[in-house]
Write a protein that binds this ligand. Structure first.
Ligand code: DGI
Ligand code: FE
Ligand code: FE
Length: 203
């Protein structure tokens, strides 16, 4: 069942319908439908874990807001804002969350740091993640459109224990990157060290 929340807490200066219109504009159709599914999954995980469902809706909808920006925009933003220059060694996969959070602040008027951190960390995770950050990190990974083999187990684990889901995803992602000889963003390693040994019994 689709849940359409009415925003009442002023985390964002617009209605949910207006936010959805912004995302329809910013994203290609396939990505737009992914963010709608992430929103629904984030709301369900929020309800199960005592997290604010309005924040879950906003962060779920906005998490990939910047995904379709040209590389040149991200490079300009990193320089203009004096963000960590190491970011320039990575690409859209890392930029759309970390730099995307800054664009969301300016362009959508969201200033709530918990929502911004959920966007910032949705790809790499972080050593310390609030319950909302964990919800968005997991919702992106297990939304119903995902169909890689490990997603079945990821959904099971996350249903029983959100934090163990974070550990499971982090381990799978690191394995995936290593198999492909991809560069690992340092924060991804910090996430691994903080979560995987601690939840080894659950994953
Ligand atoms: O934006 P989505 O496709 O919905 O999902 P995402 O933001 O979780 O992941 C985007 C991509 O980022 C995915 O292909 C895996 C990749 N990724 C995750 N961690 C790292 C990474 N890529 C690099 N190079 N380094 C990382 O640490
Ligand atoms: Fe993403
Ligand atoms: Fe996503």
């Amino acid at each position: 069942m689709t849940e359409e929340i009415t925003y009442t807490h002023h985390y964002i200066p617009m209605t949910r319908d207006e936010l959805v219109d912004h995302l329809r504009e910013a994203l290609k159709d396939k990505r737009f439908h992914h963010v709608l599914r992430v929103e629904q999954t984030a709301i369900q995980l929020a309800q199960a874990n005592g997290v604010d469902i309005e924040k879950a809706s906003i962060a779920g909808l906005c998490h990939d807001y910047a995904k379709q920006r040209p590389d040149a925009d991200f490079i300009a933003e990193i320089k203009k804002r004096g963000l960590n220059p190491d970011l320039l060694n990575y690409n859209n996969a890392i930029w759309h969350g970390v730099v995307g959070a800054e664009l969301i602040k300016d362009e959508l008027g969201i200033w709530d740091e918990d929502i911004l951190n959920a966007v910032r960390h949705h790809t790499t995770g972080a050593a310390i993640m609030s319950p909302l950050e964990q919800v968005v990190y997991m919702a992106d990974y297990i939304e119903p459109g995902r169909d890689f083999p490990e997603v079945v187990r990821a959904r099971e684990i996350t249903k029983h224990n959100l934090a163990a889901g974070v550990a499971y995803q982090t381990k799978q992602t690191l394995q995936y990157l290593i198999e492909r000889n991809s560069p690992v963003y340092p924060k991804t390693l910090e996430t691994y060290n903080a979560w995987v040994p601690a939840y080894q019994k659950e994953i």
